[in-house]
Design a protein around this ligand. Structure first.
Ligand code: NG1
Length: 474
């Protein structure tokens, strides 16, 4: 709702308790806005993914929830079309640009690229789907506050994209349903150079309190699954920041590409050996018995045979020869994944076998995890999380020795299941625990792990997740 600055008082804050966590924002609002300014607040939560890691860009189902850590954007409109955003955290410098000029990215890794991504996604949508004149649109002047630790695998980046997209829609009074908006934001975030999937934006926009979200893609469909009340999801930071906007980006995009190579190889395998009448597969997540119109057991043996037929890795030259294609043509085919990077030989080659196996088995684990949630089978659910971590570490190679040692420790301390979350390469580790056991687990981790590590904010190091509703105007 739109309000005057004078209405942002104690009663307003008590009615929106989420703002109690954003004290510095409250102070800055009074400094930055004038008495008669009309202002809005947007909340965009982070998310944690219970299971289904690195499957969203393969169109596999995921099972995250929106959490009670969030970005708050407080803003007023700017009728000259300028965007001005300041961040409560002084590490993130103010940004300013005009939506009436072409939107170009800042340098790699700049936080403002996520704001630009969200805005550009909406401007592109408006340009393609409405008669509105982009030169007449309003911009906004905003302050951002966040309780999401950056680069931890909790999707702080996508929360920024969503918040910026919602803000530009709001100041221009353009209605858009959240499912469509989630799809726009997922594509929009590719602006930063990561060829990511749509899980984060869907969880951020369509989150439900007390529920995990079974999110299916293509088309996007979300089914809330009630959370068994007596379990708790706790996150432990590995104390390694996985900064996806910079070095981790190449590793992430590489895996997206390897999965696509696996699909191409799978299509060749099918057409060479089988006379199954199926259209070529586009994504690993599409593999189901229905897709092939064969019984489950037959599909399983088909998949196993395919996996066994693959070597650990292929050189680029080998792939070009198998696909009978030139390097330029292959690079062109996958330019939407490479995003300006060159298609080169990699030390160790393209590891399609492990990548395929992870995505295929992880999709199955997600289906089983949904059943476990519905049947309140906590122990079995924990086992699925453990298996997911092994697969992410060994087949997908997105863990690190530090993450693996924390995972091991948590298992020793009696967690049901433990695994890395998000893209990996550091960040947070998720643990499923009985509520009654949570305090003990946390104390043990403090004693045995964190007491020996230099860190500043324990608040952001161990996070007890509560589910939350999705993004929107306060
Ligand atoms: P994180 O690391 O939380 O930003 C990333 C991707 C997800 C998904 C996970 C791995 C983006 C915006 N996010 O999440 O789509 O692929 O890795 O499951 O690219």
């Amino acid at each position: 709702m739109l309000r005057k600055l004078s209405e942002i008082n104690n009663t307003f804050i008590q009615n929106h308790p989420v703002l109690l966590k954003h004290i510095s924002l409250q102070n800055l609002i009074k400094q930055n806005f004038q008495e008669n300014d009309k202002i809005w607040f947007i909340k965009a939560p982070g998310r944690v993914n219970l299971i289904g890691e690195h499957v969203d860009y393969n169109m596999g189902t995921v099972l995250p929830c929106a959490i009670d850590r969030e970005i708050i954007l407080c803003f007023k409109d700017d009728q000259s079309g300028k965007i001005h955003v300041s961040n409560v955290n002084p590490d993130f410098k103010n940004i300013q640009f005009s939506i009436r000029d072409p939107i170009k990215p800042y340098s790699k890794g700049h936080w403002g690229n996520y704001i630009k991504a969200g805005i550009k996604g909406i401007l592109d949508y408006i340009g393609q789907s409405t008669d509105l004149n982009l030169q007449n649109l309003n911009g906004f002047n905003a302050i951002i506050s966040s309780t999401l630790p950056p680069a931890a695998g909790l999707s702080s980046s996508s929360a920024l994209v969503v918040a910026a997209a919602l803000a530009i829609l709001t100041v221009n009074q353009i209605p858009l349903d959240n499912t469509k908006l989630a799809e726009i934001c997922a594509k929009a975030e590719h602006f930063v150079g990561t060829s990511g999937g749509g899980m984060d934006h869907a969880a951020c926009l369509l989150g439900k309190k007390d529920a995990f979200l079974k999110i299916e893609f293509n088309p996007l469909h979300v089914t809330p699954i009630s959370s068994p009340g007596d379990i708790e999801v706790i996150l432990f930071h590995s104390l390694i920041e996985a900064e996806k906007s910079s070095n981790v980006r190449e590793e992430y995009n590489r895996r997206v590409l390897e999965c696509q190579f696996a699909v191409d190889l799978f299509n060749l395998f099918i057409s060479d050996r089988y006379t199954l009448n199926v259209k070529p597969l586009k994504f690993i997540g599409e593999i189901t018995p229905q897709y092939f119109d064969i019984p489950y057991a037959e599909m399983e043996s088909l998949i196993l045979e395919f996996i066994d037929s693959l070597p650990d890795s292929y050189s680029l030259l080998e792939l070009l020869s198998i696909f009978n294609i030139s390097g330029d043509d292959l690079a062109h085919k996958y330019s939407h994944i490479l995003r300006g990077s060159d298609l080169t030989e990699l030390p160790g080659g393209y590891k399609v076998r492990g990548r395929f196996r992870h995505v295929y088995t992880e999709c199955q684990r997600v289906e089983q995890a949904v059943q476990c949630l519905q049947n309140k089978e906590k122990i079995q659910l924990g086992k699925l999380l453990d298996a997911s971590h092994e697969s992410l570490a060994n087949d997908y190679e997105v863990s690190t020795p530090e993450v693996d040692s924390i995972v091991k420790l948590l298992r020793q301390f009696g967690a049901y299941g433990t695994r890395l979350v998000g893209a990996g390469f550091g960040g947070m580790i998720l643990t499923l625990s009985d509520q009654s056991h949570a305090n003990e687990l946390i104390e043990k981790m403090k004693d045995f792990f964190y007491s020996e590590k230099p860190h500043q904010k324990l608040n952001d190091t161990i996070i007890r997740c509560r589910t939350s509703d999705g993004a929107g105007i306060l």
